[in-house]
Design a protein around this ligand. Structure first.
Ligand code: ATP
Ligand code: MG
Length: 270
């Protein structure tokens, strides 16, 4: 569904798909968390996957980055099926995962955390230059470079998690709920930087979010996930205008069609 929809949405000027996920299924033991998920991320764009708690967003990210193996389906990155490949080989191919909950190493300094992100690289001079590039986007991290990451605020830890991801020189960055637990002002700041990184550093992004408004404002293309499947796909601007998305995700009340779709009934928005 998503492939065809995406192609129709961008007829001529369509950039190539960098990542195409088709009919993906992933399990936790007997629990099927991803149930035939298909989507694509186009080169140079920001794609977002919206979904309520438990929709399967994090599981999708873990399956793409190789932390979990899918049971079925394909993950084609630059023409190669990477489904089931090891996490470090996937990083080497250019896909970096910034996990949910900004898992920085709390006892290591900011600088040491950034160097951990460059573990696949041996070009020391370039690594130092990229560190300065990260500091230019996140000046507060430069000020705190020798401070233990555990002493940073939540927003600063999120910046460090993104910065650490950048140190691998990714082509595609998977961002899992960067807005989680941050104040609206910080969310705005971080999303502005995400957009700049996409434009200036040419990092293609797949962003999963519960915060539909900020995600759709920054993204080019959007998907809605429910129970491990994609149930809507469209240009981000059109999704932002869609009645279903407005009602369910943006808290805009509509008079008609209440509760007709299952994904509308499911979740209470935070
Ligand atoms: N470690 C686990 N063991 C068993 N089931 C799990 C595990 N992690 C997630 N699940 C289940 O898999 C489904 C998808 O969860 P997932 O964490 O991918 O959702 P999510 O969309 O990221 O949710 P959230 O917005 O809360 O982060 C849910 O039903 C969840 O309960
Ligand atoms: Mg999650």
């Amino acid at each position: 569904m998503s492939g065809a929809t995406a192609a129709q949405a961008h007829p001529d000027r369509a950039p190539q798909a960098l990542l195409t996920v088709s009919n993906l299924e992933s399990y936790y033991g007997p629990i099927m968390a991803i149930r035939g998920c298909s989507l694509e991320v186009r080169e140079g764009q920001i794609a977002t996957v919206l979904g309520a708690n438990g929709a399967g967003k994090t599981t999708l990210m873990k399956t793409i980055s190789g932390v979990m193996d899918p049971e079925k389906g394909q993950i084609v990155y630059r023409g190669e099926n990477i489904a089931g490949a090891s996490p470090d080989s996937i990083v080497r191919k250019g896909i970096v995962h910034v996990p949910e909950g900004r898992e920085v190493f709390p006892l290591l300094t900011v600088e040491e955390n950034l160097r951990m992100g460059a573990f696949t690289r041996s070009d020391a001079g370039e690594v130092r230059r990229d560190e300065e590039m990260v500091f230019s986007y996140f000046p507060i991290l430069a000020e705190r470079r020798r401070q233990a990451a555990g002493t940073l605020s939540g927003g600063q830890q999120q910046m460090l998690a993104i910065g650490r991801g950048l140190m691998a020189r990714p082509t595609l960055m998977l961002l899992d709920e960067p807005s989680l637990g941050l104040s609206p002002l910080l969310v705005k700041e971080i999303f502005k930087i995400i957009r700049r990184l996409n434009r200036e550093q040419k990092v293609t992004m797949l962003l999963v979010e519960q915060n539909a408004k900020v995600a759709l404002e920054v993204a080019d293309y959007g998907y809605v996930m429910e129970l491990g499947r994609i149930v809507m796909a469209d240009d981000a601007k059109r999704l932002l205008q869609s009645k279903d998305v407005q009602e369910f995700y943006l808290g805009v009340q509509q008079e008609t069609q209440r509760g007709q779709k299952r994904w509308k009934q499911k979740k209470t928005w935070r």
